[in-house]
Design a binder for this molecule. Sequence first.
Ligand SMILES: NC(=O)c1ccc[n+]([C@@H]2O[C@H](COP(=O)([O-])OP(=O)(O)OC[C@H]3O[C@@H](n4cnc5c(N)ncnc54)[C@H](O)[C@@H]3O)[C@@H](O)[C@H]2O)c1
Length: 419
Amino acid sequence: MARKGKRSIGRRQFLANTAAGGAALWAMSPMARVLGANDRLRLGLIGGGARGQDLLSQALKLPNVELVAVADVYTRRHDEVRRVAPAARAFSDHRRLLDLKDVDAVLVASPLHCHARHFLDTIAAGKDLYSEKTMTWSIPEAEACLAAAKRSDRVIQIGLQHVSTGAFADARKWVADGVVGKVTSVQSWMSRNTPRGHGQWVRSVPSDCTADNVQWDLFLNGRPARPFDAFRFINWRLFWEFSGGNITENMVHQLSWIMGVLDLPVPVAAYMSGGVFSEKDGREVPDTIAVTLDFPTDLVVTWQSTFSNSRYGLGERILGSHGTVERVSGSTDMVTGRLTSGVRYDPEKANRPDGAAVLGQSPDQDHMANFVDCVRSRKTPNAPVEVGYRTAVAAHMANLAYRQKARVTAEMAMATGDR
Ligand SMILES: NC(=O)c1ccc[n+]([C@@H]2O[C@H](COP(=O)([O-])OP(=O)(O)OC[C@H]3O[C@@H](n4cnc5c(N)ncnc54)[C@H](O)[C@@H]3O)[C@@H](O)[C@H]2O)c1
């Protein structure tokens, strides 16, 4: 069973407080500026690490976008971000950034266990939000973020960029056109490899990563206080307190693609097996995973992942009575040995004897540009909060099933509360 007790009660209480505080703040916050097509968009960045710096370079490539401020608990990140945006103000505490009147929208790329706090506080401060996936660390946090988003008129994009791909548009069209037919099964997988002895995701700790340069209590974000631990701070992905492992790092991307193509609701049940098999390096989250998700529409989705073989890259196969949609990325072709990528449709002779194979043609959209366009137009972005919610709940159901070693239904997952 998921651990209950002081910590989880404390976190639920924290969420209730944050949500209530957020609503009050929102009511008091001045109306955000309405941006014209040519007005400058003034961004803030919360979490200026690897992904935060990626997002920043994506945003700064777009016309009329500037970075006004960065908030990060580690001073090294202030310096790194200012190399790209020298005029940006830098803070350790994200609330100082959210106090700024000249920030219109905020990019959040903090570790998973901070997403909900940064989401709720950003919305409460009246700023638009691009939040990295997975939307939240737990199901109660996903509920709180969904509720806050419904009360607000802020533009929110979740960093599930697979739904902005041309492959997504092609696959959705094939399904809508009826050429895929009845779908009862979807297979998906993701595989990576590293030199033996070096586990996936393990980062070295920079020499300046010391208690003096890191605001450790802000990083812990409600987790029990303890002395500064540089390894955990840099390698938060390996530990349940801060992460959901590869389920929340990567399955969630593919799930957003599958659930979006087939318009799927939250699954009715999840199963998950696996373990720490590739490298026994002290990590808690599994490196080898097999997930099964049951959907209420007579459909089973499977997802498998390994960190010690990369031959088949990443992909999804939607198996329909009338045809198959296959998307692969970085997969080694069994015949030619070449790396292949793309999306294709192949008819099933049993039901479409005259059907022809089709290769996907649609261009990718820039997920960040889509956010910025929506901030200006006030339209709904490609990965709105509702997609963030459904994929987060499905991901957390899988992790609950793994940790409880049991089939977990949606009702059980909702009732578990924490994890
Ligand atoms: N969409 C994608 O393709 C994609 C790719 C990579 C990472 N991500 C996501 O981006 C997020 C960040 O991943 P990363 O690899 O950049 O991690 P990272 O550790 O490199 O960066 C996180 C940054 O947040 C800072 N931080 C920690 N706690 C903070 C707090 N309370 N307030 C402000 N800053 C805080 C850290 O100092 C660090 O600089 C994760 O949620 C990850 O899943 C998404």
